[in-house]
Design a protein around this ligand. Structure first.
Ligand code: HH2
Length: 263
């Protein structure tokens, strides 16, 4: 899954694709690089980010989704917490609702997703983007994230979302310290028992916490290491900025890995 943020303030690629045609060209390049899904986001969820209104978010993402849909057949996902944005994005051609609030932002979200018949990504976050990194705290981070995701899957099934449409995501960097992130990355196989897993570790701060404190664009090596760890743990989808580099690393790793070769 390739990240395409149409925001002025995303932590890594903010401000690059305000023009819909430029965004569609970027999506074409990402597909050429080997992306299977394009994830379009119109609201930054980096720590401390300001929320945007529904109209602002719609104004950013809908023209971009229309422009991509006109040129590319790859599935498009919409990264939003807002049901109205998801509804109109899916009408414009998206088929996946990627929600960092796991469809909890609005009580109507699960019913709407069931009616839309889209795939859903349910991500765990502690707190909201503005405050989540102030003092993340858990008594058992893996157990609490696991139980939250399991409960959200149960709620989504009850709302009528088909099981095969549901993905879960431990939410690396969303209300988590370095130690929390590492514990979750080590526990990925446990989450697979709930639903297929999506992992979003690309260019995130925990990478700088393990090496030198470099800028997001200089975190590609660490991002690839996390993607490979995810693949080894059997995650279904990796959400990344650096598609060509990640694809190459996965191709080499899967050619060498005995587990992959025997499949
Ligand atoms: N991370 C970000 C945004 N959306 N969705 C899922 N499912 N999983 C993630 O880990 C995830 C996500 C944050 O990264 P990014 O989109 O690169 O930055 P920003 O929120 O600043 O736009």
């Amino acid at each position: 899954m390739a990240i395409l943020n149409v925001t002025p303030d995303s932590f890594s690629d903010g401000g690059r694709y305000s023009d819909p045609q430029k965004a569609a060209e970027a999506a074409l390049r990402l597909v050429d690089d080997g992306a299977d899904i394009i994830d379009v986001g119109g609201e930054s969820t980096r720590p401390g980010a300001e929320p945007v209104s529904t109209d602002q978010e719609l104004g950013r993402v809908i023209p971009v989704i229309e422009a991509i849909r006109a040129r590319i057949a790859a599935p498009i996902s919409i990264d939003t917490r807002k049901p109205e944005v998801a509804r109109l994005a899916i009408a414009a051609g998206a088929s996946i609702w990627n929600d960092v609030s796991a469809l909890t932002c609005s009580a109507e979200s699960p019913d709407l997703a069931a009616r839309l018949g889209c795939d859903v990504v349910l991500m765990h976050a502690q707190g909201d983007p503005q405050t989540m990194q102030r003092a993340p705290s858990y008594s058992d981070v893996v157990g609490e994230v696991h139980d939250f995701l399991e409960a959200r899957v149960t709620a989504c099934l009850a709302a009528g979302i088909a099981r095969e449409r549901i993905y879960v995501d431990p939410g690396i960097g969303f209300g988590k310290t370095l130690e929390h992130n590492l514990a979750l990355l080590r526990a990925l196989p446990r989450f697979k028992a709930i639903a297929p897993v999506l992992l979003g570790a690309s260019r995130k701060r925990f990478i700088a916490g393990l090496d030198r404190d470099v800028a997001p664009t200089d975190r590609i090596g660490g991002s690839i290491a996390a993607a490979l760890a995810g693949a080894a743990a059997g995650v279904a989808v990796v959400r990344v900025h650096d598609v060509a580099e990640t694809r190459q690393a996965l191709a080499v790793w899967s050619a060498i890995s005995p587990m992959q070769r025997s499949q």
